[in-house]
Design a protein. Sequence first.
Length: 279
Amino acid sequence: MKRETNSAAKWVMNIGMVLVCLIVLFPLIMLLISSFRPSSELLRTGISLAFDWSLLNSDNYNYIFTQAGSYWTWYMNSLIISAVTIVLSLFFSAMVGYALAVYDFKGRNLFFTFVVFILMVPFEILMLPLFQMMITAQLVDSYIGVILPMIVAPIAVFFFRQYALGLPVQLMDAARIDGATEYGIYFKIMLPLMGPSLGAMAILQGLGSWNNFLWPLIVLRSNDMFTLPIGLATLLTPYGNNYDVLIAGSVMTIVPIIILFIFFQRYFVAGLTTGGVKG
């Protein structure tokens, strides 16, 4: 009887999880279907299932791959900015978080308090002074202007600090006895142990950078420098709305995020759960 009860509970749980997955995936499924619909159908019925299924075609994707030159320029801009942001953010944020966790220096707690305080400050408050800095440094309408404020992310510093608190300090002591430098200890011993946290934060930072709209909108000026979110937004104008190209282009923007998650998914859960329980 107990075995039958457990089996029934598992079935109910599995059915519930399937329903939740369908609810979560439904908007994506609708977006994918709509990307094969002509613009006239989208304007007539909107994004819904009430349309003529025989009208589905690949013209929108053919246009993107053959004629939409600006789209691929925006795509490459987003790829470059996101890739550089991920690498630099992980490199510097991990170093800062590691130092706050394992080294005892004067002002450490005060510095960490500032990090936590910045987490509570909305980015909209920081935009004007950051933009003024970009103007002074003549970095407006450049990759560096978009990337520079994102290199050391407070949330990443906090996350790496919490994770590094659980690293075995005995390994550091043993390495020092063997004559290893502090940089050698970090890069050769401790950083590999932080692999799960790096994988988890790579996904979060990559997702944030890829979808970032507000800051690139402020910094970038020319069409050739636009990122995907900005470029796709320019397709909607008072003089015409290219919904068909917009939706097909939006579907294509999901591909890099899926690839990023596939590469780092094994680290994602381990990094979040382990980093969340370290005190």
